[in-house]
Structures are given as C-alpha cells and as structure tokens.
Ligand binder design. Sequence first.
Ligand SMILES: [Zn+2]
Length: 341
Amino acid sequence: MPAPLFESSFLQDTLKPSATSPRSITLSNGVQMSLLQKGVLKISPPADAKQAKHMVISSAVHGNETAPIEMVDDLASQIASESIVPQHHLLLIIAHPKAILAEERFVETNLNRLFGDADYPQSEELALAVSLKEQVTQFWQDVPMASRWHLDMHCSIRASKHYTFAISPQSAYPTRQKEFIDFMQNAGIEAVLLSEEPSSTFSWFSSSKFGAQAATLELGQVAKFGHNDMSKLAQFHKAFLELVQSIESSTATDMITYQVDSSIYRENMDFEFYFDKALPNFSRFAEGEELGKDGDKALTMPVEQGGVVFPNPNVELKQRAALIVKPCATRYVDNQLTVID
Ligand SMILES: [Zn+2]
C-alpha cells in the first residue's frame, strides 16, 4: 500500500505553513493523483475513461468564500478514498491559502482582477495569478479546445435575487456549448449573465485565451467554514459530483439568461446610489427610475426590466460602479447559446 498523498486532507495540507513538495500516487483503481504545488492537485482518470475532458475546478480565488473550498476538498478526499472514480482529468485548485487563513477575500489586492494582460503592480496575489496561469496553460497543452472546461467557484458577499448564478465571460471562441450550459441547468444555476466585454477574471482568462467552456459560478452567500447551508447547494453539489463521474443527470431547472445592457462608471467624487446598500444583485427597476446621482447628473434605469448587479458607489473615479443587465432570449446556433436580438 503506497503512502497516502495527504497528511490530513487536500485543504488542511494546503493551509500548512510548510512548503509543499510535489508528489503523486496511483490508486488501486488506476486513478493518479499528483500534488503539483501548494493548492494545485492534478487527477488523471483510469486509462479506460472514454471521452475524458480536462476540467479545471478552482476555489478560494477569494479566501473567505468557503463553500466551494469545502466542495473541492471533499471531492479530493472522496477520490483519494476511491469512493468516487473520476472520468475526467481534473485540476483541483485551492487558490489562496493565506487569504483563507486570514478569513479575508484577499490579502493585498483582488486576485480575480489579475488574469488580464495588463502590467499589474507586484503583490502577494500577482504571484498566485502568474503561477495559476502557468499551471492551467500546462494542463491544457495539446488538449482539444472543446475538451477544456473551467468551473471557477465563488460565493457572493451581496444577497442576490438568484441564489446561484453564473457569469459566462467574453470570448472569441464558442465557449457556450450546449453540454456546458446543460450542466449549469442540471446544477440548478438560476441565471447566467452573458458578458461580451473583455475582463480580467480567472474564467475570462480560460475562455478568451484557451476557448474553454468556462464560467464564474456564484454559489450562494459567504459564510465561515462549517456554517455554509449546503442544503441550498444540494442540487449543485449533486450535479458537480455527477459531472466528475460522467453520470447522466436530468434535473434541469429553468435558467434565466441576462445580457449586459450598460455599465455605470463613476465620473465624480460626489456620487451616490439612492437604493439600500444591501440591495440584492439582479434587483429590478422601472425604466427611467432614479438610481442615484453622479455629480449633477441623475443616474436612471436606462432600459425596460433592467436589473442592477454588483453595485459599488465607492469605486475609484473612472471605475465601474454597477452593471445594468436585462433578461434576453436565447437559442442554440451551431450548438452555441446565442442571444436573439
Ligand atoms: Zn469570489
């Protein structure tokens, strides 16, 4: 019997201050588990796995968003104990151990803004972004585009009219294939926001650079370890484990699709929103309703059935203070979810 891969668990080993020495084991069912670096675990399915994809499953890009970390840790444990046999190549990521230990979203700066092409100032998080980009690039080398998937799992600070929702990042490639969207529906993701603007998030990096089926998944609200209401994520967790094992799932729920109508950028120091600070994401306003003011200019809802997402009146000047979204009709064109204008 080979020595176990972890001293205690993927998560507990990741949180230890000591350096991680790369190591790997082969389980009796043929699954290989390789710890590549602290918080990065590569798993290869048994040799007879048919149509195996290469899936990146990331958590803790924000350190205090614990439900996804628990799901990734649990998956690693279940694979190690052979109670789950993955049918895909997996790259499991617990991105930011220092932020987890600090119970903070980040230590110096928001890691999920560092995956773009800009020259970012040095920070704790930049080093993480650089090394994660390298690991993902390595993992997808020589893998056909359609086999690249990335679930980047988060929880929201803000309440939401949709308990779970996804952001499908902009890409020049067909990254909204039916199989991927079907997974999100099976997983009970209530809404998907189809973004068409370049971004700097981890999932944007995967979809725009690698043509991966990628999404930022917002899975309920932030809570401390052990305090997540996993019953609210039961459908997601079930579909997630089925996905990894290639088990057909058929619990599809209706999913609302949104597109971005416009963004509100802050132009003046004198800037405020009139709605409650804790306004849930996707709250709707009537067309023309006043949302706030920017200097002398009134900010009004520019569109019918428009919703407000990620409002933040305290952003720096010229930064985005809110997204205005609107529901949109979609259909599949060449197997790709497409907005019907
Ligand atoms: Zn997050």
